[in-house]
Design a protein around this ligand. Structure first.
Ligand SMILES: NC(=O)c1ccc[n+]([C@@H]2O[C@H](COP(=O)([O-])OP(=O)(O)OC[C@H]3O[C@@H](n4cnc5c(N)ncnc54)[C@H](OP(=O)(O)O)[C@@H]3O)[C@@H](O)[C@H]2O)c1
Length: 309
């Protein structure tokens, strides 16, 4: 009897806890869809109300105002364009936000995440920040990747509901900005890599090589990058990067070849020129016999690469 009396009433096999999703762009729709599919009573609100229609057809509850939406659930997930939009929606909900837990899955900077946490503290809101590292089609599948940071007890309290989003969630610690810190660094890698890919397609095309013909070799480059990450990360943290296999003088020269080839073909080489300029400056600053990580100090500049709190 004691066992039955103490049994949790809201475990995974019984009651699914309600959740509210504010923001129904492509990502907000995917998030709300995953909560719904997992059986959570899901209340949705979006500035443009019609974007809720298909979710409502699948059983979501439409809220007329942010306040109504926030009042429906202890857990409120926000996913809009940026933090200005997120805070304006939460502000519009007024007193209704008090005592709720907000998980902000909107992407923005670490500084904005700290500001949002301060806003939450001033409004009696428990605040978790999060970042989604994979596209909408992954949400609710094993391929999704999520990062969370903020108060651990709040994360634990809502972990089961958040697990409805599937994939791999990682809790990164109490600092609310830690998820955004990972997010911006990873998006830095993603967007510089993607601009590199697009530029390489343009350069190949200028020489009569189609993107499809280049693709198998491009994939090798992608794999090569992956295979280098752990070793370079270790060296970056240790602060020692000997250029025994290839040094920065050699890298800067290779960059110059690609810039020349691009410009000879009449292409915009401004992104490559910027990379070349950093490599040249690092060589001038005495890092020529280190590997590519010799550019780290040059990129970090006088601030040493550490943001002011
Ligand atoms: N899409 C992806 O694959 C992906 C992947 C990872 C992370 N993310 C992140 O997820 C967040 C949402 O992305 P998204 O793809 O859904 O599209 P989005 O275009 O970044 O955001 C669209 C949403 O923001 C709302 N919005 C914009 N300005 C607003 C304002 N001033 N007040 C209230 N609502 C406002 C829109 O409302 P209306 O419908 O009324 O315009 C819509 O709900 C972004 O931070 C994005 O970086 C997206």
């Amino acid at each position: 009897l004691d066992f039955i009396m103490n049994a949790p009433t809201d475990n995974a096999t019984s009651v699914k806890r309600p959740v509210t999703v504010l923001g129904l762009g492509p990502m907000g729709q995917a998030l709300a869809g995953a909560f719904l599919a997992a059986g959570h009573p899901t209340t949705v609100w979006n500035r443009t109300a019609s974007r809720a229609d298909s979710l409502v057809a699948k059983g979501a509850l439409r809220a007329g105002t942010p306040a109504e939406a926030v009042s429906a659930s202890d857990l409120v997930v926000v996913c809009v364009l940026n933090y200005d939009a997120a805070l304006s929606v939460l502000d519009a909900a007024g007193e209704a936000t008090k005592g709720r837990t907000v998980v902000n899955l909107t992407a923005d900077t670490p500084a904005r995440a700290r500001e949002a946490a301060a806003w939450a503290a001033a409004h009696g809101v428990t605040y978790l920040d999060g970042a989604i590292m994979t596209p909408t089609v992954t949400i609710g599948t094993p391929h999704a990747v999520y990062l969370y940071s903020g108060p651990e007890d709040a994360y634990e309290a809502h972990r089961e509901t958040l697990n409805a989003l599937a994939g791999t969630p990682t809790y990164l610690g109490e600092d609310p900005a830690r998820a955004a810190s990972h997010d911006v660094a990873l998006l830095d890698l993603w967007w510089t890599s993607v601009s590199g890919l697009v530029h390489s397609f343009a350069l190949a095309r200028s020489q009569g090589v189609s993107a499809t013909d280049l693709a198998p070799f491009a994939k090798n480059i992608g794999n090569l990058l992956t295979s280098f990450i752990d070793g370079l990360a270790k060296e970056a943290d240790a602060g020692e990067y000997p250029g025994t296999e290839s040094d920065l003088v050699s890298t800067a020269t290779a960059l110059a070849h690609i810039v020349h080839a691009s410009e000879e073909a009449g292409l915009d080489a401004s992104v490559l020129r910027a990379a070349q300029a950093v490599a040249d400056r690092a060589v001038a600053e005495g890092h020529g016999h280190e590997n590519v990580l010799g550019m780290l100090d040059t990129i970090a500049g006088a601030a040493g690469g550490v943001a002011a709190e």
